[in-house]
Write a protein that binds this ligand. Sequence first.
Ligand code: BTN
Length: 321
Amino acid sequence: MLPLLKLLQDGQFHSGEALGASLGISRSAVWKQLQSLQAELSLPIHTVRGRGYRLESPLQLLDAAWIDANATGAGWPVTVLPSVDSTNAEALRRIEAAQSLPFVVLAERQTSGRGRRGRSWVSPFGDNLYYSLVLRVEGGMRQLEGLSLAVGLALLRVIRESGVVEAGLKWPNDVLVGERKLAGVLLELSGDPADVCHVVIGIGLNVNMLSAASAAIGQPWTSMRAELGRVVNRNELVVGLNRHLSHYLDVQLRHGFSALQGEWQDCHLWQGREVMLTAGSEPVAGIVLGVDHSGAVRLLVDGQEHSFSGGELSMRLRNDS
Ligand code: BTN
């Protein structure tokens, strides 16, 4: 279906005959594929007798060749999949299959996108970025400490550079605009974290999504398009993301998170705010002091400083501090 979608992505009318001729298939085969596009990808297609078919809104598909040709950072090889369960799951399968490292997996949509703390990540077709980068990490726990915060910083840089200047970070690695979530990071490990392991850096960024999937998202959210009032080029975002990730990961892997601690705190939207931290069954109330050299959050709790870390922790504002 992807070749057909590429022909239709301009949002203009194309006759069944012209589409069939370009693809080397019959008009009825074109029609069947159009039905599948509508049904499987929930892409509305308009049909007008005498003019042909067009997508309700134009699409700009991800383009691995364009991303490669315009790479300014590490030049990680990129694979684009039209549809996958989860780019993180796919990356883990590719590690098992001994694909050479590093590499990036992108998808136009995910059918079982994974979020932190067992949540799902809403991933409609063609709108957003679903990105997984796989790296080999040799330094054990020291290199992994704070890694997800360093990734959040790289993600924030590309988002601000693209115009969403008021975006900021929420510990550990959410990107928010005000209290609305714009992007999230999910790290998954394969191998022995104390020795040599592979880390899958999964990033979900709401780029051009407007209202379609809103009902399924269980928290306030936004997208770059909603903030900027214009469609954002996802291929350019991938190039920028690779460039910023390659810089921040290099700093993190050479010097550890302590080298990024100050910069991270400057971007933290909840510095000094009163929060509730849910850690297991007992919520902890405190005031955010910052993050420590390992990326743990520092809270003032009953007049004493405590640090908390762990992927299962979640933080929310207490009242409206
Ligand atoms: C979060 O809950 O904030 C983290 C969301 C991470 C979503 C991304 S989308 C690409 C990658 N593949 C997944 O299944 N999840 C991550």
